[in-house]
Design a protein around this ligand. Sequence first.
Ligand code: SF4
Length: 289
Amino acid sequence: MIYEGDVYRPPSEADSLIIQLTIGCARNTCTFCGMYKRKQFRVRQLDEVIEDLHYVKKYYPYHFDRVFLADGDALIVKTPDIITILDKIYEIFPQCRRVTTYGAAKDVLMKSHEELCELRRHGLEMVYIGAESGSDKVLVDIDKRVTAAETIEACQKLKAAGIKVSMTLITGIGGRPDTKEHAIESAKLVTATKPEYLGLLTLHLEPDTPLTKDYMAGKFQMLTPYEYLQEQKLFLENVDSEGTVLRSNHASNYVALAGTLNRDREKMIAQLEFALKHGSLKSERYRRL
Ligand code: SF4
């Protein structure tokens, strides 16, 4: 099996078998994202994907119990085709306990409640939603082509079908002028959706992206490391999402937070205050997206 181009997965899928159901991202517009800019989007032939599964089974002695469907938004694939792949995964890897994927909110909204329930029944356990921000202004600025209301509806639809939601937000994505708006509106988004998991990333400029070009041209003002922490603190002070497991252990972050909302909110705020006061931030050398 040969992966096509660079392959990305969430940090929590480090031990998962990654299977490319699609190549690239169907949208590919987000100004900060360089992940799939060199790939032409396409849905792979199902027999190619099934061949990959057999290849892994035959040549890799490791017994994968988790599978992650890549690339950027595998939920765009027709529901019966996803079900075919889910069934094959559980047939070929009977020890498999969960299958997850990235999903765009608009792709979730294209599917009916019944389709999502079928996906859950066939073993789709969780969808990673890259919300990035709860601010519609920021979402327009970064050309995400989705509104906060659409993301809320998509998350509620997934949860109604029994599919867990893991959401990511990017600290600093609004730049300096919108730092407060981004923090507060993102807190409202999380409060409205109450995802099972929430990952906080920190903006890291990728080469050759529109956002990096804007930064180089002086059109985008990055936050300082301290301002990133202040933004995360403001977010935490405003969020109300009982039971959400929060992690900011991604390499891009200056301070690694880990806790369950709302129980550990004050502890995580205190951790940020401590870092702000004592300057205990991760070195730039160890940061990347
Ligand atoms: S952030 Fe997600 S939706 Fe946006 S271009 Fe990257 S992969 Fe595609």
